[in-house]
Design a protein around this ligand. Sequence first.
Ligand SMILES: Cc1cc2nc3c(=O)[nH]c(=O)nc-3n(C[C@H](O)[C@H](O)[C@H](O)COP(=O)(O)O)c2cc1C
Length: 180
Amino acid sequence: MRAVVVYESMYGNTHLVADAIGAGLRTAFDVSVVPVSEASPATIANADLVVVGGPTHMHSMSRATTRKWAVQAANRPLGGLNVEPGALGPGLREWFGSLGRYAVKAAAFDTRLHGPAAMTGRASKAVTRLLRAHGFDVVAQPESFLVTKQDRLQPEETTRAREWGTRLAASLAPSQAPLV
Ligand SMILES: Cc1cc2nc3c(=O)[nH]c(=O)nc-3n(C[C@H](O)[C@H](O)[C@H](O)COP(=O)(O)O)c2cc1C
């Protein structure tokens, strides 16, 4: 079975989470982890599971303006953040605009600041909505992985992401045939 993890990332945190989810999914799937700029419709159509995630910007998915602000923030003196290749876009929002309909199992995740989701927003809710709108069969609740105010992944979040991927894989693996 094939799984594709599609991610968008400005500073690398969502990329790290996507890699960790991919590692968890490998317990049951052949996995590709691809930036949104390389996620072609054919890649999606041929998958058995698609997992899509990006950073939360202004309570939802990024836009061209928020991506520009993110790059400007990284370029400030003492910003100390590296910007991922392709950070200026297109992002998940534009990617969905280029997709057709897919009868493929799917799940969504995001990265966001620590705090109640009602205060921070979470991109994974919007991603889930768009997955459903494009015909995907959403098989898991959206999940958030947390960054610090300095835009660094909180400790243990990659472990939690790997475990989330493992649980997702287990929930979809064909049930084992009885041994006798
Ligand atoms: C322009 C901008 C807007 C943001 N808005 C929010 C927000 O509304 N809620 C939130 O929890 N985090 C917000 N953040 C923090 C991002 O979620 C955080 O930078 C992201 O998870 C880091 O992931 P990345 O390294 O993959 O880009 C914002 C960051 C930027 C740059």
